[in-house]
Ligand binder design. Structure first.
Ligand code: AMP
Ligand code: TRP
Length: 328
């Protein structure tokens, strides 16, 4: 199957990104044709410092490789290096409606309280749909928070297919995993772990050192009833720690509940610190090596060439359907 996904180059990748999305990228590459993108065009929906943006693009590319995405098996490239993304996004814009875009929760959240919302945030889902449809992707591994964006991608593909025929777009499916699919903030377990939260203690980034990992986990917000039980509604803090533990160690939540029955939260937290440290150590040492190497740039160049070759075929087909251009 053809697999496509993307991550924004906006600061350090955290455990939520890793457990919710990136871990699946690695698992999928053995049996599928995987294309993994660093979506820098999405990043500029909010103004970015150009030098920092460039660094973040390379950071994410290096992290992709550090977590185990193998450029010999998967295609890794930067979105803006393939012009087809912007081109198809415009074409899809002309098959979309203001109403459906206004209903996106991400747009509502990000534009709340603003006098005038940026157009880029409004049309963000169309660029994401273009990313996916450009590669005839069948499977899109993402975190739960992207469900609505996958839905609108499917709606757009079906709408265009109804007009021009089912050979226009492949209708993709999202792939959402259970354990860790939604990692919550450590200091406020009722909201999700995010790159943009102000508090550093709310998240663990994949490149955090041992001291930071320990501090964030030991300080994580829990409740006062002292029972280690998975119950996200009534016990969001402990449930979040259990699901991070399960996702990082591969042990099931039930087995963790049984093993820690009668133990204090402190014991669970201390053990989780070790599990997270051990899980991240090999990623961090590979990252340090790759981030400095010329190999990284070479991988992105080859990736862009491979991606372009696929994208050009789709663009030609779609332009023909719409009657655009002179068929060259
Ligand atoms: P972003 O940081 O928004 O570019 O997200 C990259 C990927 O990580 C997407 O597939 C998201 O759905 C996923 N993701 C982001 N935050 C979380 C979270 N707290 N829990 C699970 N998945 C997440
Ligand atoms: N919107 C996604 C996020 O914030 C990133 C993204 C952009 C993406 N294009 C994509 C994910 C295409 C999967 C497929 O996480």
């Amino acid at each position: 199957m053809r697999v496509f996904s993307g991550v924004q180059p906006t600061g350090n990748i955290h455990l939520g990104n890793y457990l919710g999305a990136l871990k699946q990228f690695v698992e999928l590459q053995d049996d599928n044709e995987c294309i993994y993108c660093i979506v820098d065009l999405h990043a500029i929906t909010i103004p970015k410092d150009p030098i920092q943006l460039h660094e973040h693009v390379l950071d994410v590319a290096a992290l992709y490789m550090a977590i185990g995405i193998d450029p010999k098996k998967s295609t890794i490239f930067v979105q803006s290096d393939v012009p087809g993304h912007s081109e198809l996004a415009w074409i899809l814009t002309c098959s979309s409606y203001m109403g459906e875009l206004s209903r996106m929760t991400q747009f509502k959240d990000k534009s709340k309280g603003q006098e005038s919302a940026p157009t880029g945030i409004f049309s963000y889902p169309l660029l994401m749909a273009a990313d996916i449809l450009l590669y005839d992707a069948e499977v899109v591994p993402v975190g739960n928070d992207q469900k609505q964006h996958i839905e609108i991608t499917r709606d757009l593909a079906i709408r265009v297919n109804n007009r021009f025929g089912d050979d226009t777009f492949v209708v993709p499916d999202g792939r959402f995993i259970k354990a860790g699919a939604r990692v919550m903030s450590l200091d406020d377990p009722t909201s999700k772990m995010s790159k943009s939260a102000e508090s550093e203690m709310s998240r663990i980034s994949l490149l955090d050192d041992a001291a930071k990992i320990k501090k964030a986990i030991m300080r994580a917000t829990t409740d006062s009833d002292g029972i280690i039980k998975y119950d996200p509604v009534n016990k969001p803090g402990i449930s979040n720690l259990l699901s991070i533990y399960a996702a990082m160690s591969g042990e099931s939540i039930e087995s963790l509940e049984a093993r820690y029955a009668g133990e204090g939260y402190g014991t669970l937290k201390k053990d989780l610190v070790e599990v997270v440290k051990e899980g991240l150590a090999p990623i961090q040492s590979r990252y340090a090596e790759i981030r400095q190497s010329q190999e990284l740039i070479d991988v992105l160049k080859v990736g862009a060439e491979k991606a372009n070759a696929i994208a050009e075929v789709t663009i030609k087909r779609v332009k023909e359907k719409y009657g655009l251009g002179i068929g060259i």
